[in-house]
Write a protein that binds this ligand. Structure first.
Ligand code: IMP
Length: 432
């Protein structure tokens, strides 16, 4: 049985990871977020009740599981606290079972203000961010001027740092973005109000994880966003600001790469992306309406309509290479139920003639590729909620087997609907 498992998206996020994390954490002791912040949106259906999580790790809904926010996560104090209280209103109490690293960087109001001002200021450089301040918070981390959770323990020193940071931010906001400055006192009072709550959650995360590994406890590492939103390996600059690929799990939690023994790549039976950037298999009009309606493809963080398209196996091949996936989880199979024909992208045509089976690596070259499709027959019957592979219609089985054949990797889970129970487990590697 595998003990330390990374679960992450193989596309542009929103692959339905939350549900799989929730399923696999049934038997685990800890669920660890290692990158991103409250830009993520993980939707879960528990007993037909819809629960959306942003920064709180998905697996925490099980009583036995402690949630961890590793050093790679950026934390908006107010967003985290509001999420915890909003879960309490739904009868879910997690306050005493979340631990955070003192090295997590803070997302504060000036980050949000900067994110929003930038997205407004230019039509050329617009990324379509979630406007949650995530990019500026990571910028501060790399520029070595950021404030961390640990800084909350020394308010005198924090006040000095905050003054300098705001001098820097307000200079840019006023002079470059022609925007309003951020008020020092209001940011400080927000920090002071929330500091005690957060200080209570601080723990030595690498040590806790090492001890858990020694005592053979199961750990789940939960990725946010997806492979092609990774700051290094995604479709830069149309990416998020953290390493959402598997390597991020080690860096963002503080345990070495040899501690992981299974990496699950989650992908949708088709593709979606939110925000701007390359999307070779994107579809429009009627088909886009179909995917959006059947797949409820509206962002759980911003409510934005997602762009939709066919499944791109060339991108998935690249995702397998970057993440060294051990196996795959195909989600939202049921969304394809009423399509006559189903396309999968099996190669790219570059500059109208050269055939390529790898993705471009540089942004300019994405415009040069067009997808080459293989068309498979649809099944025109509901697969919603099916629990066993043998109960799937022949054409659906064929679709799944063809994907495995091209990717040369097994699919270990198939999600056939939104509920926890709507799942086919093809190989019970986790004793669930
Ligand atoms: P940021 O992470 O808010 O800076 O946004 C950068 C890009 O990542 C934008 O295209 C967002 O739409 C996208 N993004 C961020 N978080 C998610 C997510 O959880 N799912 C899908 N896209 C996301």
């Amino acid at each position: 049985m595998y003990k330390n498992v990374i679960i992450l998206g193989a596309q542009w996020g929103d692959e339905g990871k939350g549900k799989i994390v929730d399923l696999l954490t049934k038997k685990s002791s800890y669920v660890v977020r290692y990158q991103g912040g409250h830009n993520a949106g993980h939707t879960l259906y528990v007993n037909k009740k819809k629960i959306i999580l942003h920064i709180v790790p998905s697996g925490i809904l099980h009583d036995n599981v402690v949630g961890i926010l590793g050093n790679g996560v950026v934390i908006s104090p107010i967003a985290l606290i509001n999420e915890i209280y909003s879960l309490e209103k739904q009868g879910i109490f997690i306050k005493d079972k979340i631990l955070i690293s003192e090295n997590c960087f803070l997302v504060l109001p000036y980050h949000v203000h900067m994110d929003v001002s930038r997205e407004k200021s230019s039509e050329i450089d617009i990324i379509g961010t979630t406007k949650r301040g995530i990019g500026p918070a990571y910028e501060d981390k790399i520029a070595r001027r950021g404030l961390r959770i640990g800084d909350l323990r020394n308010i005198k020193q924090l006040e000095i740092k905050l003054k300098e940071i705001l001098y820097y931010y307000n200079f840019q906001l006023i002079n470059f973005y022609k925007s309003n400055p951020v008020d020092y006192n209001s940011v400080l009072s927000e920090i002071l109000d929330n500091a005690p709550f957060l200080i209570n959650m601080i723990a030595d995360i690498p040590e806790i994880l090492h001890s858990a590994i020694k005592s053979k406890k199961m750990l789940i590492f939960e990725g946010a966003q997806g492979t092609f939103l990774d700051i290094d390996h995604g479709t830069y600059p149309y990416v998020t600001s953290s390493n959402s690929t598997a390597g991020g799990a080690s860096i963002g939690s503080g345990i070495g790469p040899l501690n992981f023994d299974y990496i699950l790549g989650v992908f949708k039976a088709y593709s979606t992306r939110v925000g701007f950037g390359p999307f070779p298999t994107e579809v429009f009009n009627k088909l886009d309406d179909y995917f959006c309606k059947q797949g409820k493809e509206f962002g759980s963080t911003t409510g934005r309509k997602r762009r939709t398209g066919w499944l791109d196996l060339i991108m998935l091949k690249r995702a397998i290479c970057i993440n060294s996936f051990s196996g795959l989880c195909l989600t939202k199979l049921d969304v394809l139920d009423y399509l006559q024909d189903i396309k999968i992208c099996v190669a790219y045509r570059k500059n109208h003639d050269i055939i390529s089976t790898t993705t471009p690596l540089f942004i300019d070259n994405w415009n040069e590729v067009t997808p080459i499709y293989e068309t498979l027959p649809g099944w025109n019957v509901s697969t919603m909620g099916i629990n066993s592979f043998s109960d799937l219609p022949y054409a659906a089985k064929n679709y799944i087997r063809r994907i495995e054949e091209i990717l040369e990797l097994p699919i270990h889970f198939i999600s056939t609907g939104p509920d926890r129970k709507h799942i086919i487990i093809l190989n019970n590697l986790f004793d669930i």
